[in-house]
Design a protein around this ligand. Structure first.
Ligand SMILES: [Zn+2]
Length: 155
């Protein structure tokens, strides 16, 4: 029997699709740099990240060259490789490194923390805020309860 060749839509066979707000875990193969492993899927002779296939299949749009899929949940890498499109947005490489710099070295800019607090007061859901700023819902919750960024006050 010839080896089975994947169609793009077969990517969903390897995704543990949970609730609409949950991370959807990748059960297929992994690739990328050893310190930044990503879910990879090959179909139609093209091998790329599983969540890029998902984005293209769900939206019907091809992701332009140089554009990355960013994860609001921060779970795009191993061991989750989140494939829930609700956690994805498109961004540039610069956006991605800005996100990482923001989160890992500097923390969120004070203006963002204040804006998030205002949105919480206005009644926006923590998930919507998380999506807007590409943060995890846990981070937004921690800001809401004052567990983090307590020392940032309104000017
Ligand atoms: Zn996720």
């Amino acid at each position: 029997m010839p080896p089975r060749v994947n169609e793009p839509v077969d990517v969903f066979r390897f995704i543990d699709m949970r609730g609409k707000d949950d991370c959807w875990t990748w059960n297929g193969t992994w690739g990328g740099r050893s310190r930044d492993r990503r879910p990879y899927f090959m179909a139609n002779g093209r091998r790329t990240m599983a969540y890029r296939w998902v984005w293209e299949l769900v939206t019907g749009d091809q992701i332009p060259e140089g554009v990355m899929v960013l994860h609001s949940c921060d779970n795009g890498g191993y061991p989750i490789g989140c494939c829930n499109i609700a956690h994805m947005r498109l961004g540039s490489v610069a956006d991605n490194s800005a996100d990482m710099t923001e989160r890992q070295r500097v923390g969120l800019p004070h203006t963002v923390v204040r804006a998030i607090r205002r949105l919480i007061e206005q009644g926006m859901t923590q998930q919507d805020i998380a999506n807007r700023y590409a943060l995890s819902r846990e981070t937004v919750s921690a800001i809401a309860t004052g567990r983090i960024y307590k020392r940032i006050h309104e000017d």
